[in-house]
Ligand binder design. Structure first.
Ligand SMILES: [Zn+2]
Length: 240
C-alpha cells in the first residue's frame, strides 16, 4: 500500500506508519545482540573436524598394514594452530567499534572447572581475550559475572527463566529470561535472550565498578546485600 503524499510540514511530524513500526521495534530494543562465538564455528575455521575425519579414514583403510601418517598429522596440527590464531585475530578485529581510537572490553571471568557446560565444548577464551587486548590502545578488563544472567537489564530486579509446556510438564527454557517485577518499564516485552542480558549486565557491572569509589559494582550485582554505591570523588565533577 502506498503512503499518501502530504505537504512536507505534516510529513515531518508524522512519518508513514509502515516504516514507523519496524523503526519503533529497532528503537525499542535497547540490548544489542551478543556476538556469536561457538565451538562449531571455531572448528570449521581451523579444519578440526575435517582433519579428524581424514585421520579416522586412514586408520580404517590402513589397519594392519604398518603404514604411518605421522608426517601428515604433524603438518595438519601446525595448520590448525596457525588457523586458530588467525581466526581469533580476525574475530576480535571484527568486534572492534570502527573508527574508535580506544576500545574497552569487559570480559566475563566465569570458569567451569573440569566440567563441560551441559555437554557443550568450551571455547578458547584466553586466546580470545589475548587477541582483544592486542591493539595498542585497547583494554580487556576481567569482570565478575555475579548475577549478570539472573537480573533484569531494565529494572535490576531478579529475573527468571521463561517456562514452556512440554506434554503435562512445565520446562525452563535455558536461553530465555523474563522479569518478575510487574512494575518494570519493560514488563510488556517480558522475554529476553539470556546471552544478550548477560553481555549487557557485564558491561553495567564493569562500568559501574570503574566509576565507583570503592571498586564495587551497583548493589544488584554485589555479593554483599549491605553494600552501598558511591561515585568516585575524582569523577563527581563530570556528573551533571
Ligand atoms: Zn525489569
Amino acid at each position: 500500500m502506498l503512503a499518501p503524499t502530504f505537504p512536507s510540514q505534516s510529513l515531518s511530524s508524522s512519518p508513514p506508519s509502515h516504516t514507523a513500526t519496524t523503526e519503533q521495534i529497532k528503537k525499542d530494543r535497547h540490548l544489542s545482540r551478543s556476538k556469536l562465538y561457538t565451538a562449531n564455528r571455531k572448528s570449521a575455521a581451523t579444519f578440526e573436524s575435517v582433519h579428524e575425519i581424514r585421520r579416522q579414514r586412514f586408520i580404517r583403510e590402513n589397519a594392519g598394514k604398518g603404514q604411518s601418517d605421522t608426517d601428515r598429522r604433524n603438518k595438519e596440527a601446525r595448520t590448525r594452530k596457525l588457523r586458530h590464531k588467525i581466526y581469533h585475530q580476525k574475530l576480535s578485529s571484527s568486534w572492534r567499534r570502527p573508527g574508535g581510537k580506544s576500545n574497552i572490553q569487559f570480559f566475563g571471568t566465569f570458569k567451569s572447572f573440569n566440567s563441560r557446560i551441559k555437554k557443550h565444548r568450551r571455547g578458547a577464551n584466553s586466546r580470545l581475550a589475548c587477541e582483544l587486548n592486542a591493539p595498542e590502545n585497547d583494554k580487556v578488563i576481567p569482570t565478575n559475572e555475579f548475577r549478570s544472567s539472573k537480573t533484569c537489564p531494565t529494572c535490576h530486579s531478579p529475573a527468571k527463566q521463561q517456562k514452556y509446556r512440554r506434554g503435562n510438564n512445565l520446562v525452563s527454557a535455558n536461553g530465555s529470561l523474563r522479569s518478575t517485577n510487574k512494575s518494570c518499564p519493560d514488563f510488556h516485552r517480558n522475554t529476553y535472550n539470556r546471552d544478550d542480558v548477560g553481555a549487557f549486565n557485564i558491561s553495567v557491572i564493569g562500568f559501574s565498578k570503574a566509576l565507583s569509589s570503592n571498586n564495587q559494582p551497583i548493589p544488584p550485582f554485589c555479593r554483599s546485600m549491605m553494600q552501598t554505591y558511591s561515585v568516585s570523588p575524582s569523577l563527581e565533577k563530570y556528573m551533571t
